[in-house]
Design a protein around this ligand. Structure first.
Ligand SMILES: [Zn+2]
Length: 127
C-alpha cells in the first residue's frame, strides 16, 4: 500500500488525493506482469538440463521394463551413467518404486508365513 508524500498516512492505490490531508497522491508504478519477461531459451540437446521429450520417456520406460537388463540400466542411469538429468531422476524414481514394492512383498511373505504358522499351530491344538 502506498503512503502519502505529504502526511505519511497510507492511501489506497486508486485514490487521487490523500483522505487525511487532501494532498495529491502520486500514483505508484504498477509492477511488471510476470508474463512480460522473455521466454527462456530451451537447453540444447545433449545438455544435462535438456528436456526429455515424451518419446524420450517412452523409450526410457520401455528400456527400464526389460526383465534383467532394465534393472542394470536403472542402476547405471541412477548412478549418473546418463547425461540427461530427467533420465537419471526417472531411473532413481524407478528404483525407489522397486524398493517399495520389494519391501511390501517381503512384508506380505512375512505376514503369510506368520499367519500360516499360527494357523498350523491352532490346527494341532484343536485336533
Ligand atoms: Zn496525506
Amino acid at each position: 500500500m502506498p503512503f502519502c508524500d505529504n502526511c505519511g498516512k497510507p492511501v489506497y492505490p486508486l485514490d487521487k488525493v490523500c483522505s487525511n490531508c487532501g494532498a495529491p497522491v502520486t500514483p505508484a508504478p504498477l509492477p511488471a506482469p510476470a508474463n512480460n519477461r522473455p521466454a527462456e531459451p530451451e537447453p540444447p540437446q545433449g545438455s544435462p538440463y535438456a528436456v526429455l521429450g515424451s518419446w524420450g520417456f517412452v523409450g526410457s520406460i520401455l528400456l527400464l521394463g526389460l526383465p534383467i537388463a532394465g534393472f542394470i540400466i536403472a542402476i547405471v542411469w541412477a548412478a549418473g551413467g546418463t547425461v540427461n538429468l530427467n533420465r537419471r531422476n526417472l531411473a532413481r524414481g524407478y528404483l525407489i518404486i522397486l524398493g517399495l514394492v520389494a519391501a511390501l512383498y517381503i512384508l506380505l511373505v512375512i505376514a503369510i508365513v506368520a499367519f500360516g504358522g499360527s494357523a498350523l499351530l491352532l490346527n494341532n491344538i484343536i485336533q
